[in-house]
Write a protein that binds this ligand. Sequence first.
Ligand code: ARG
Length: 262
Amino acid sequence: MSKKKIFIFLLAVIMVFSIAGCSKQDKLVKIQEAGKIVLGTSADYPPYEFHKEIDGKDQIVGFDIEIAKAIAEDLGVELEIKDMKFEGLLAALAGDKIDFIVSGMTPTPERAKSVDFSKEYYVEEQKLLIRKADADKIKTIDDLEGLRIGAQKATVQEEIANGIEGAADVKLLAKITDLVLELSNDKIDAIILPKPVAIAYAESNPNLFAPDISFGRQDGVAVAVAKGNPKLVEAINKTLDRLIQEGKIDEFITEATKLAEE
Ligand code: ARG
């Protein structure tokens, strides 16, 4: 090889390594350098994440938020919260607008194609929210025949709603708060929600009711991060392990449930 060729070859080797080096840098490093981690969540899911006026100020609270705070604390960084539509969370993560998602998100195989998930920290059981006036009319899943069903867009609840045989209509909205309004205003007849969320909305809306009707489905929930950041996932799992071991998650759930009911 001529000297020139060797030079070009070495240059190519250096370039390949530096490109690989850049893309390999774990998001964990970026977060620690920035001194903050940005959370994406859809704060319409009490007791997971919801808006609450505390000391005259609107705040986002809930057990997912406590988990996110613990993750930030263990990383030694500030937590910034971005409230958005649930259906926009995955794109926000891919577009680097947020660093992680804690939003009661189920690690479905479909989602796992575009993001990486932590271990599961909770399991939700899918149930219903209806009007109290319909409590005698809606007692089993079969009673949903001919009724108008609501679910949050791009969720596992959407999947369940689309699978209900004989439903008159399936209405999908971005925010659960809007679905709850539709239910109160007799525009839909039932919303598919996990048990604790249905109960929380029933507690704060006296005209609504969370019947004990189950879809017999258990969906886990986990934290999501952009693909290819094993160090960040590892750090998050470490915090989750600690919280689970110390019984903190149950504590967070109890506290958030109380907050949602107040
Ligand atoms: N667990 C369901 C899913 O992943 C619903 C999550 C909705 N979360 C929310 N914050 N609204 O599809």
